[in-house]
Design a protein around this ligand. Structure first.
Ligand code: GDP
Ligand code: MN
Length: 378
């Protein structure tokens, strides 16, 4: 789950992180009022689940409350990476002397949290990683011991060698970053930039936080931070039906049961020269209703040129899936070809249901994927 910067800032605050104050506005007038209350120049920032807001024009400085209103007027309603801005954060403007980067991520290969720091902050960390990877420093946290003080110090001194004052502040911030990660059940946390002000103070002026969905059931206050309006509508719809859906950039719409088979299917689509339009796992046990929702979601993506069903019937019954496909296509007119591969539990019944409805079904996965990829090209 993604949360907004203002929400991540609040979590940071609760862990003692130095974060500037600020309030959220949904109208230009509200932004003006907040700026008046703060009594300083402000920065007005789009609150959307996307990075690169600065480059997109979603971060603006304003010297007066009137300017804050004007800036908010420009940012509210703006589209950033396909997401509409409905909220802005209004925060006192900081005088920046230096921008660094600190982040934390769950490293699945190591089964541990990795802390990262770079003196090259303010720009995309991916860009730093590509051009000057030697300027990204890392520490792996052993989950048995947690973050050890010397690890935080080592990273901090990589950032501010020769400046113990700043390094001490940075070590404290890195420690609080790790505490925030554990506290919120985050899988990724980034402060970019971590700034040094003209007076030598370190502050987090941006906050990105992804929460691990599997942590939400035991963190009800964090779960309440979900902003459904800010999420992609298809993903919201899929979640409501218990489907896992992630939109991708390709044109082969994939509908699969089981995450492993979904990954294998996407690999095979790529292997045969295609690009998957999505990851969609209809789950282990399936009802015709789930299949209907899946088809609704896939067909609502205009990029999809070909639909591929790949079902391995174990607990999932192939006839349930077949019934779902037949039902869905009664309601929704398919504008693109559909390729169906199913095998396993109640396969014969499924083939009969599909053939009676005028569909053909395949049993070989390679053949089906190849066909779906071909159809997407035409
Ligand atoms: P992002 O582009 O989505 O990562 O948004 P950020 O919060 O990182 O803001 C982008 C950039 O705007 C930062 O890297 C800063 O250079 C600038 N910026 C943000 N807040 C302030 C501020 O308070 N003062 C100044 N001078 N610049 C700021
Ligand atoms: Mn940033």
């Amino acid at each position: 789950m993604n949360i907004h910067e203002y929400q991540a800032r609040e979590i940071f605050r609760q862990h003692g992180m130095p974060v500037p104050p600020g309030e959220v506005a949904t109208t230009p007038e509200e932004a003006e009022k907040i700026a008046k209350t703060l009594g300083t120049g402000v920065v007005v920032k789009a609150q959307v689940h996307a990075g690169g807001r600065g480059k997109a024009g979603g971060v603006k400085l304003a010297a007066t409350p009137a300017e804050a209103r004007e800036a908010a007027g420009k940012i509210l309603g703006m589209q950033i990476k396909g997401l509409t801005v409905t909220k802005v954060l209004v925060s006192p403007v900081e005088e920046i002397e230096h921008e660094a980067y600190v982040g934390a991520i769950v490293d699945r290969a190591n089964g541990a949290v990795v802390l990262m720091a770079s003196p090259e902050g303010g720009i995309d960390i991916e860009e730093v990683a590509a051009k000057t990877p030697e300027l990204i420093f890392k520490e792996t946290v052993d989950p048995r011991y947690g973050l050890l003080p010397h690890q935080a110090s080592r990273l901090a001194y990589k950032l501010y060698a020769g400046d113990p004052g700043r390094a001490r502040q940075a070590a404290d911030i890195i420690t609080k970053l790790y505490a925030s990660m554990l506290g919120a059940g985050a899988s990724l946390l980034e402060i970019n930039p971590l700034i040094t002000t003209k007076s030598g103070e370190l502050k987090a002026i941006d906050a990105k936080m992804n929460i691990d969905d599997n942590e939400l059931f035991r963190r009800t206050t964090i779960a309440e931070l979900r902003d459904v309006e800010a999420e992609a509508p298809e993903e919201v719809k899929a979640r409501a039906q218990g489907l896992t859906y992630i939109k991708l950039d390709g044109n082969v719409g994939c509908c699969v049961n089981g995450a492993g088979l979904a990954m294998a299917t996407m690999d095979l689509v790529k292997y045969y020269g295609g690009e998957p339009a999505n990851f969609l796992d209809i789950g282990g046990s399936s009802s015709p209703e789930k299949v209907v929702t899946a088809i609704e979601i896939i067909t609502s993506d205009a990029a999809v040129q070909s639909i591929l069903f790949n079902i391995f019937g174990g607990i999932t019954r192939c006839d349930d899936v077949a019934n779902g496909i037949v039902e869905a296509t009664k309601e929704i007119e398919l504008k693109v070809p559909i390729t169906i591969r199913l095998t396993g539990t109640n396969e014969d019944e499924a083939v009969k249901i599909l053939e009676d409805a005028g569909f053909s079904a395949m049993t070989d996965m390679d053949e089906a994927v190849q066909k779906a990829v071909e159809l997407a090209k035409n």
